[in-house]
Design a protein around this ligand. Structure first.
Ligand code: SAH
Length: 398
């Protein structure tokens, strides 16, 4: 039994059978309390020079939190169908059963699909020869809605007996609400291809976060840990300190989660996002939640910020939530010119965050708060929310 620091609850320390080979969880075998301490230390080392780092917010239950589960399909040396994860730096599939961080229902569905392949005469794809059909299965589950999306990634667009396949799959798992074929005929390490064919249901799932409903398409980003995401977004909102009048930019906005939550307390919100499907989701999400003071632009966030700065536009608050690699010079230099009084930087990469904070603090901003938040238990990844303010502004406290 181990002790989690923030809630004072006890928790068993479960052992993963695939940990050594899988490599997905760098902290398997490390007691949860210890993992949190390591992450705290890591963030303090990288970011402590900017501002005092608040204690990390851990999870009450660090198991089975991932609402998106991906499995690569193939055959072992004996020709048996296997599914699992790629061994680090290779394309060898390591069979994974009972992953401790993935949603259990999603894993169950993947097992069912694996068992169905033989009777439906569906061959797994062979990366060396390009022969075969099924490459990957991805399952996403709406944590609050319970809606489930199954994505079958195929090397070619035809799934034999697709109606019967869906029928049999739904017989075993009636909670599946949509099934999508994704066609990936390229010799690539990217999981998803461009083309999608919906073979059952609407082609997306919905989920609820912070009182808004969000539709999520197969290729759209959505945080994998819904319980902690609400905590993360609430901190981001607190840091933004919106009063109802502000002009807000939500850069790297995905399906518009932060935009819509912020819009309830802002004058106007503009979200910008590169992924076309995510922008379509974001626009529909605004409509479905009856939020009218928000608009979405599709394109590179840096280009958008540059155009805003060149056009002499103004923003009071900028949320930015870039991918792990962080932001870029074009974005950051335009951000400085736009000169919002507050920047709320959400980051899943403390190294790139440190680099970007260095730039922003050199150009007139001060880091006021840093809050590490656990989104990825058992892995070494750590999420942080930071509040930056213009040096001459007084800190907004709530
Ligand atoms: N804020 C959202 C999404 C964060 S993930 C949420 O909390 O759900 C980062 C997002 O940045 C992804 O949706 C990705 O598609 C998008 N992205 C990546 N590069 C980008 C770029 N150059 N310009 C705009 N968006 C980008």
């Amino acid at each position: 039994m181990i002790f989690t620091p923030e809630k004072g609850m006890f928790m068993e320390n479960r052992i993963c059978k695939s940990a050594k080979k899988c490599g997905g969880c760098q902290y398997q075998g490390v007691p949860y309390e210890e993992q949190l301490k390591k992450k705290q230390k890591q963030v303090e080392k990288l970011l402590g020079k900017f501002c005092k780092v608040s204690p990390i917010i851990g999870m009450k239950d660090p198991y089975h939190y991932r609402n998106k589960v991906h499995s690569a399909f193939g055959r072992d040396r004996k020709g048996n169908i296997i599914s699992g994860t790629y061994e680090a730096s290779t394309h060898n599939i390591i069979p994974v059963e009972d992953c401790l961080i993935e949603d259990e229902k999603c894993q169950e569905i993947i097992r069912t699909i694996r068992c169905m392949l033989k009777s439906f005469k569906i061959k797994t794809y062979d990366e060396d020869t390009g022969y075969g059909l099924l490459r990957h299965v991805m399952v996403r589950r709406g944590f609050q809605s319970g809606e489930i999306m199954v994505i079958l990634v195929l090397g070619s667009p035809i799934l034999p007996s697709k109606n019967n396949f869906v029928k049999a799959l739904r017989q075993a798992h009636p909670e599946i609400t949509t099934v999508v074929l994704n066609v990936n005929d390229k010799r690539t390490s990217m999981v998803l291809g461009e083309r999608e064919i919906v073979i059952y249901g609407p082609g997306f799932i919905r989920d609820r976060l912070c009182g808004c409903t969000f539709r999520i398409s197969p290729k759209s980003f959505y945080q994998v840990n819904p319980v902690q995401t609400e905590i993360l977004y609430n901190i981001a909102m607190k840091y933004a300190g919106l009063t109802g009048k502000e002009t807000v930019i939500d850069a790297y906005c995905g399906i518009g989660t932060i935009s819509l939550i912020a819009a309830r307390n802002a004058g106007r919100v503009i979200g910008v996002e590169l992924n076309k499907d995510a922008v379509r989701d974001a626009r529909i999400n605004a409509r479905e939640n009856q939020i009218r003071n928000v608009e979405f632009r599709q394109g590179d966030a840096g280009e958008f910020m540059l155009a805003m700065a060149n056009g002499g536009q103004h923003a009071d608050v900028v949320f930015m939530d870039p991918p792990r690699a962080g932001s870029d010079e074009k974005f950051l230099s335009s951000l400085i010119r736009l000169a919002p009084s507050r920047i709320v930087y959400i980051s899943c990469g403390p190294e790139s965050l440190a680099r970007d904070l260095k730039y922003l603090t050199k150009h007139g901003y001060a880091v006021k708060k840093i809050q590490p938040t656990e989104l990825f238990a058992f892995t070494e990844h750590v999420e942080c929310v930071c509040l930056l303010q213009k040096d001459n502004c007084k800190i907004f406290e709530r």
